[in-house]
Design a protein around this ligand. Structure first.
Ligand code: PEP
Ligand code: MG
Length: 555
């Protein structure tokens, strides 16, 4: 078998090697089916119960072999599959002559409707129920188990793209690398792979040509995928990468370059649990508290007291440190029921982020009251920033309200307009933070959730780096901090480039910080600046990565 090398966008560093596995398709079921004759209904019921038993047993078996969150998810799914209420509804339908497959589909639909209407945590169970339905239906139809396979040996998962429900089931002990044909650096696949620490490359051209079973080596640092590599060479690369990763994970300390230029390493969090976990690691504070994520299932606005309690949980683990709270970023990919958002044809360009407060600041004012109350109680050094700011007037509107409450105001730089106006914005606020996920989306005019635009949705795009540079230089002129809190800060090589461009803090998921700290500790500020110049001079992300790597690796 010849060796083939494919290229994609690297999103999680590390190397994985093993046979390729692919998800099996989900079954499609026709709604119409002949009635089951009365004499065969008992047997049909038995067929259904046998199928449920087989599905649950397989899930339990996988749970026993899995670790961590994957094991928990599998056990819960196995219990749900055997839920007596669901089984009762299916039994009744079969008793009335509906074939088992259609009975399962109809009963699941009834329950998912109820769950969706109930909202909140119940609504989150809808995907799980649909997953169980597909497994039971496939079993009844004699088809392979749908969705992500459960490999028995360490394997490389190849897919078009993965749904959040699929990725939650990934067990890093058995899925040692991940490569997708679609998906960008901010896709669900990338975010979950990063959390689980599974080496991952997205947007791999030609991935369809690789058959299941083919030995594949994935390098999440360079974005290459080699099919049928030399076995000894692949094993050696995996071993070396594993050692490098283990060493990076052990890194402890405060963020600084090899020559002592300080760069704050901060954590992105959404709740108290994540903040506690971050405080136990290397995070020097919180650089982005995404407040809206805790309220996505709330049907009405939480009271100031309730909000203050939630914010306090994030501040307490960082009682003596900096905590940057972002006010609600409602709208677009994060709908918030109580924000009363209008239906819009193009919500990413609509009323979202700070824009929801401009005409009616009530929700913002109450949130700021809650943040101020929590800040007073916690003793943390609380900074507050607004998402989706495009004008100086918006920044002034926000800063005034934040200062009235004795807090430190800032804005996110997420749209090119804000980067272009960074000097003027920094006259009215005390800091800015680059949200590179949205800055990339709006600079490249590429929907960050589109699975087909990965090459554009890449913070290594030189146009994005140029806007980062403009913003960081404005920060130097104003003598004010310029942070990065988008996914870009989680990429160790890009982190060095960002520091070279003049960024003063990096905020990322806590799990990503040791590798970032380790990489910065190995390169001087002058090295970072040279890497930044090399990346800026490139004409595309691939060239930018290679140019920066050449500089940083030589340091
Ligand atoms: C960003 O856009 O980079 C950012 C940090 O905000 P979010 O990802 O929550 O939109
Ligand atoms: Mg954003």
């Amino acid at each position: 078998m010849g060796t083939t090398t494919l290229h994609g966008t690297p999103v999680v560093p590390g190397t994985g090697y093993g046979p390729a596995v692919r998800p099996a398709p989900r079954p499609t079921v026709s709604g119409v089916a002949a009635e089951v004759p009365e004499a065969r209904r008992d047997a049909e019921r038995e067929r259904f119960h046998d199928a449920v038993g087989a599905v649950a047993e397989r899930l339990d078996d996988r749970a026993r072999r899995a670790t961590g969150q994957a094991a928990e998810v599998l056990t819960t799914t196995a219990v749900m599959a055997q839920d007596p209420t669901l089984a009762g509804a299916v039994d009744t339908a079969i008793g009335a002559g509906t074939p088992a497959v259609q009975a399962v589909v109809a009963a699941t639909q009834e329950f998912t409707r109820m769950f969706a209407a109930a909202g909140g945590l119940m609504a989150e169970r809808v995907t799980d129920l649909e997953d169980i339905r597909d497994r039971v239906v496939s079993e009844l139809l004699g088809l392979p188990e749908p969705g992500v396979p459960a490999p028995e040996v360490p394997s490389v998962l190849l897919a078009d793209d993965l749904a959040p429900a699929d990725t939650a089931l990934l067990d890093p002990a058995f899925v040692v690398a991940l490569a997708t044909r679609l998906g960008g650096p901010t896709s669900h696949t990338a975010i979950i792979a990063r959390q689980l620490g599974i080496p991952c490359v997205v947007a791999v051209a030609g991935l369809d040509d690789i058959q299941a079973g083919t030995p594949v080596l994935v390098d999440g640092e360079t974005g290459t995928l080699v099919a049928n590599p030399d076995d000894a060479d692949a094993q050696q690369q995996v071993g070396a990468a594993g050692e490098r990763a283990a060493e990076a994970a052990r890194w402890r300390g405060t963020g600084q370059t090899a020559d002592g230029h300080a760069v704050e390493l901060l954590a992105n969090v959404a709740d108290g649990a994540a903040a506690r976990e971050a405080a136990a690691g290397v995070a020097q504070g919180v650089g982005l508290f995404r407040t809206e994520l805790g309220f996505l299932s709330a049907s009405s606005e939480p009271s100031v007291k309730q909000q203050a309690a939630i914010y306090g949980q994030v501040m307490e683990p960082f009682a003596d440190a900096k905590v940057v709270v972002r006010t609600l970023d409602a709208g677009s990919d994060k709908p918030l029921v109580y924000a009363g958002l209008p239906e819009e044809a193009n919500p990413a360009l609509g009323v979202r982020g700070l824009r929801i407060a401009l005409d009616d600041p009530g929700i913002l004012d109450r949130q700021l009251d809650a943040i101020a109350a929590a800040a007073e109680h916690s003793g943390s050094n609380v900074w507050v920033m607004a998402p989706m700011v495009a004008t100086v007037a918006e920044a002034s509107f926000f800063a005034e309200r934040v200062r009235e409450r004795g807090l430190v105001p800032g804005v996110m730089i997420e749209v090119p307009a804000a980067a272009l106006l960074a000097d003027a914005l920094l006259e009215v606020v005390d800091f800015v933070s680059l949200g590179t996920n949205d800055l990339t989306q709006y600079t490249m005019a590429a929907d960050r959730l589109s699975p087909s635009l990965a090459v554009l949705s890449d913070p290594w795009q030189p146009a994005v780096l140029a806007l980062v540079k403009m913003t960081a230089e404005a920060g130097v002129r104003a003598g004010k901090p310029v942070g990065v809190c988008g996914e870009a800060a989680a990429d160790p090589l890009l982190a060095a480039v960002l520091v070279g461009l003049g960024v003063t803090s990096l905020s990322a998921a806590a799990a990503a910080l040791p590798a970032v700290g380790a990489r910065l500790a190995g390169v001087s500020l002058a090295g970072c600046q040279e890497a930044a110049r090399a990346a800026l001079a490139a004409t595309d992300p691939v060239e930018a990565r290679e140019a920066a790597r050449a500089v940083v690796d030589a340091a």
